[in-house]
Design a protein around this ligand. Sequence first.
Ligand code: CA
Length: 512
Amino acid sequence: MDFDPIASPTTPLADHREPRFVHEGDLAVAAERLAGWTDRHGGRSPNIVVILMDDVGWGDFGCYGGGAAVGAPTPHIDALAARGLKLTSAYSEPSCTPSRATLLTGRLPMRHGLQRPPMYGERGGLQGEVTLAEVLSARGYVTQAVGKWHLGENVESQPQHVGFDDFYGFLSVSDMYTEWRDPYFFPEIVYNRARTEWVENQPFNTCFVKAVRGGELENVQEVTIPVLSELDQLWCEYSEAFIDRMATGDKPWFLYHNTRGAHFDNYPHERFLGVSPAKHPYKDTIVELDEIVGRIVARLEATGQLDDTIIMVTSDNGPEMETWPDAAYTPFRCAKGSTWEGGVRVPFVVAWPGLIDGGQSNDGLFDFTDILPTCLGLAGLDDAVPDDRFIDGIDQSSFLLAPGARSNRKYHYYWLGQSFSALRCGEYKFMLNAVGDDPISQADVQGTGGFSGVLQKFPYGKLFNLYLDPKETHSYMIRKLAYQDALVGQVGRHLRTFAPPYQAKLIVGINV
Ligand code: CA
């Protein structure tokens, strides 16, 4: 039978793993490429760079139809995509912390427990989880985290305690360092000494920091607005120095580089003020981030490591529309905080010169849970995927390596906090609940913010054909009941994966 993402069955792996498609042809091509690479490199594993941007939209990069067309050219990212693979159906979670924890654990937020970001010193984080850094470190990798963390400020959740050899960045999120310092956004705090002191005494660190494995945090500098505007440059320089050092070593390495931009509020480095055709701080920041990607790639090339390194460039969620115009561009419905496509469909560029053919675009399903097992698969460490807990991710190494390959993932699951929201299979998305439009702005489906909309529950569900209707405005449910088992039935099967011993975990959650 010909393969079809809805009609074809998956193959079970284990009770604690998501079933997957097995595409024999793709697997054979991928295995041959990986074996050839390993032979040429004396059994060494490849390096891995993940560049994770903040709140950058699916449509911001030129190679996704944005770039100069939306006032911020991205030549370096476009060039990297031309040397690799551009994914058009890659999914994050609806906001920063859930996505970042999912990226590092291969698990959905209902399993790692971070259903929403901890803010202003709220307790809880990544502790108790097994991270990609920890697994790679145990198999001989040097592990470096740079930039935004936002996976808990508590000691046990800090990067140097969850698998990273070294960390240089801040523990929380951009706006938390600046919004109460900016008289435009918070005059009632800036011009009120008592309130300023009250904020300063809240239990979060107002500095950016550094730390080495197992050690204590050291404050580098208070993150005032002028300091914040320099962070992406400082962090890029730190990653460049790391790449230089690694070139002289014999160990494989993992660089987890998280940009400050383009989370609101954007204060680009002075070198980038007004450089974008749009002349807007958000767009200037996109130009700055594009240059940073170019610098990291150039440094890999200059040190002779480019062909030894898998590079992934993506964003942790869709645009934050409540802060428009300091917001990204998505052609899809709604925004960050929601499970509409605009909240979770993110740009995802993967390059590994010599192993991944250049100039490809692929619409197969890929989600942030897949990053951990896929990196381990590409590193030849398939056996290192944790087996003491449920792993939602699927090894997609054959999907990335074999030209024109098919995704190994049949379903993408959308969770909205603690509520199961939707699933996608093929071009269809079945949705049970969602962040709804604020009735005042219902006329513009992109105008409503993902965090400020109302919760809508659909008693019978809605069905969207994402090829015919990428903005999700026409429910196709009653016309397409033949998909009942593939969609409605699968919701039940997915929810049953949370039965003991794999119960949901709630660390920082919301009741929606
Ligand atoms: Ca984010």
